[in-house]
Design a protein around this ligand. Structure first.
Ligand SMILES: [Fe+2]
Ligand SMILES: [Fe+2]
Length: 731
């Protein structure tokens, strides 16, 4: 055997050539070393005025990308750069959108590949979805965490040291390093529940939106999670600027925990294409809202170190699995799968489940927490990472002394070392060494073709007529084969049995796709000279429905974009907009506490879309399935303009508020119109009242700024002129 192994050794060395690592960009790869199966997280926090606001009113002089220092293009700079651009998407949409989608898909694939190493554990263990199985799985996950928590408490009670932070200084470092992910708290749902969401799914996206709404404090700034974290950052003198500004990504802040940035990017990406990846967003949400062990440890240890732990306390309670975000997230998934089953049968539901799983494993695979230097575990601490690796290492460990004695003289390498160097018995007893060996060997083409042992030269050489035949027993060869096969990538598209059918950006239809950035011309925004009136008397008799229907259904889009980036809601205007959107979508009036599952259980949800559907039904018009059908064959020119500018809340902020004011007046008028039932009129009256309260706050904030007020008035005049074109107004 020694002789054969020597031969094998020589042959292997003779063919292998060095390369690997280094040149491979880690840019967007999922953290699979430190994060596997342990990094579940919650995250939060943010800011206020937009980085670059403009009062320009046409597309060309739109907000320009600021002069930016060229980043070095290495390390985490590209990730930070993307973090900034995703939060200022309207400025960088052309550059960012195509790569954002690609990146999201690659993140799904990478996290699925990792999760497929252990398909028997985690969410992938539910091969066939049932509500009962999902409920049981999440309950067991929760139980597991609480048992681990009890064990932790017992360890600490018996004198074990802290497990999150070494000392107070380190805890403060940790809190600051966590800011990138805390400053986008809620962003994983930021683009969900749009006017372009198919009407049959609105109930589900609304439930998910409620989770986000609570992340945003339901429009109460003090309860906004980004705001809470921002206050904490001030308390510890972090010196950090707002999370969506360019300054935030400057190296001088020394925010360099790569895995935190990656987790933040995943949050920003997962809801960016809400129609293309809805079930994935819901799955991601369900994982993110679960209770992670590190959260409970953080609460306890911050308290021990006399640091403010309220942000973390808040997340233990608000995410609870009875009435909180965990329960709401699970319900949204269940409702979604059942809706798909209704529309597309069991096969459709099965595919929906796979897609939920893809989102879930993405969230599970990305640790969100920084790692303190004093407690950092070497990646080798969790090696071997799976049973295949354990078996292969057992074989090589046994062969190492033999191969070493034979003393091969070849200088060819596998990755960083020659095979002889790798198999030096003392060195090979180290876990780190073993892990490096397997990592280098697995990247050594053509000896190893990941996922395909039959094409791997190593297996061919171990077989009959191969130069290494006999050096491994048949069962050992089988072990190596299994290991090679397990290295295969899981492709998102094949995992979810889905074909890529993405239209090119140019072909996207803003009436049904999202996000779509159209050019808006000056002419489209030209407003007649109508003075701003706080109140207007609009007559809703003899309404021109051909114009009215597109306006009614589309106008709720106007402020939707403001909540996509949590940082933009962490101020008084942003919070008022959250309240306004809640009213428009039929959410319950905000109370002193959180609604949680109470909101999900409500069956009488009526917002502007539902009232629009009632109007159509009263007029004997066929029920549309989505906004596109609603606009089809009607005068939708201004509806398209509204959709187009709603994608650019930074550029058109004040104009969008002015437009919304005009539509609030329409809602007030319709609240006494015979076109709606009396119950609906009451509902609309409430909606309009809440809209007006929120808009008053926004108007107060902007009216001393001449340019902002001018834009607001232009928006109002524009909206009012459109309303006047289908309804009468008495001056
Ligand atoms: Fe949160
Ligand atoms: Fe939450």
């Amino acid at each position: 055997m020694a002789l054969l192994f020597q031969l094998a050794c020589v042959c292997l060395l003779a063919v292998l050539s060095v390369r690997l690592y280094g040149a491979i960009s880690k840019f967007f790869s999922v953290d699979v070393s430190g994060g596997r199966g342990r990094g579940r997280g919650k995250d939060i926090e943010a800011s206020e005025p937009s980085p670059v606001r403009s009062t320009v009113r046409d597309e060309k002089p739109a907000i320009q990308a600021p002069e930016r220092k060229q980043n070095r293009g290495d390390g985490i700079d590209p990730i930070k750069d993307l973090y900034f651009k995703l939060q200022n998407l309207e400025i960088y949409s052309e550059e960012v959108l195509p790569q954002a989608r690609e990146l999201l898909i690659s993140l799904f694939s990478e996290s699925l590949t990792d999760a497929m190493q252990r398909p028997e554990s985690g969410i992938l263990s539910i091969e066939e979805y049932t509500r009962e199985k999902l409920t049981k799985f999440l309950q067991e996950e929760n139980d597991k965490t609480t048992s681990q928590w009890e064990e932790y408490l017992a360890r600490r009670a018996s004198g074990s040291p802290r497990e999150m932070f070494g000392d107070r200084q380190e805890a403060m470092w940790w809190l600051k390093q966590a800011a990138p992910v805390k400053y986008v708290d809620g962003a994983w749902l930021g683009h969900i529940n749009k006017v372009t969401t198919p009407f049959s799914l609105r109930r589900i996206t609304k439930d998910a939106w409620q989770v986000m709404s609570e992340e945003l404090g339901d429009g109460d700034l003090e309860k906004n999670h980004v705001h809470v974290y921002r206050s904490l950052m001030q308390e510890i003198d972090s010196g950090l600027p707002e999370g969506h500004t360019e300054d935030f990504i400057h190296p001088r802040h020394e925010l360099d925990e790569e895995r935190v940035w990656k987790a933040a990017i995943a949050q920003l990406l997962v809801s960016l294409f809400p129609h293309d990846f809805l079930p994935e967003s819901l799955g991601f949400n369900m994982a993110y809202e679960g209770l992670p062990l590190h959260l409970m440890k953080t609460v306890k240890e911050l308290q021990e170190l006399k640091l403010n732990n309220y942000y973390f306390v808040l997340h233990i309670s608000i995410d609870n699995s009875d009435s909180g975000h965990s329960a709401m997230a699970m319900e949204a998934v269940i409702e979604y799968i059942e809706q798909v089953r209704k529309e597309r049968g069991d096969a459709g539901a099965e595919q929906a489940w796979k897609r939920v799983q893809a989102g879930f494993v993405l969230a599970e695979g990305l640790p969100t927490t920084p790692e303190c230097a004093s407690l950092k575990k070497s990646p080798a601490a969790s090696f071997p990472r799976n049973e295949h690796e354990a078996e292969v290492i057992r074989i090589f460990s046994a062969k190492a002394p033999v191969a070493h004695k034979i003393h091969c003289s070849s200088k060819l390498k596998i990755g960083r070392r020659t095979l002889v160097q790798w198999l030096e018995p003392v060195a090979f007893s180290s876990k780190q060494w073993q892990m490096d060996f397997l990592d280098d060997l697995s990247n050594r083409k053509p000896w190893i073709i990941k996922g395909d042992s039959s094409k791997s030269k190593l297996i061919q050489e171990l077989g009959w007529e191969g130069a290494m035949f006999g050096s491994f027993t048949q069962s050992e060869v089988e072990v190596v084969k299994r290991w090679i096969d397990s290295l295969g990538q899981t492709d998102y598209w094949s995992f979810v049995s889905r074909t890529e059918t993405q239209p090119t950006l140019a072909k996207k239809d803003i009436r049904i796709d999202y996000p779509v950035f159209n050019t808006v011309s000056l002419q489209q925004l030209q407003a007649p000279s109508l003075p701003f009136q706080k109140h207007a008397h609009i007559i809703t008799e003899n309404v021109n429905m051909n114009k009215f229907i597109p306006l009614w259904f589309t106008s709720p889009c106007l402020l939707e974009g403001f909540v996509s980036i949590p940082a933009m809601t962490a101020n008084e205007t942003g919070s008022a907009i959250v309240r306004l959107l809640r009213a428009q979508s039929g959410f319950e009036i905000e109370g002193p506490g959180v609604a949680g599952m109470d909101e999900i259980r409500r069956t009488d949800v009526v917002g502007l879309v539902e009232l629009g559907l009632e109007l159509m039904s009263t007029g004997n018009l066929p029920r549309p399935a989505n906004l596109k059908e609603t606009l089809e064959n009607r005068d939708d020119a201004f509806a398209i303009t509204m959709l187009s500018i709603s994608m650019k809340p930074l550029q058109y902020e004040n104009m969008l508020l002015g437009l919304t004011w005009a539509f609030t007046q329409l809602h007030e008028a319709m609240a006494s119109s015979e076109l709606l039932s009396s119950a609906s009129r009451n509902i609309l009256q409430q909606i309009a009242r809440r809209e007006r309260c929120a808009l008053d706050v926004c108007l107060n904030a902007l009216q001393n700024n001449e340019a902002a007020y001018s834009d607001f008035c232009q928006g109002y005049a524009l909206g009012k002129s459109q309303i006047d074109s289908c309804c009468q107004t008495i001056a």
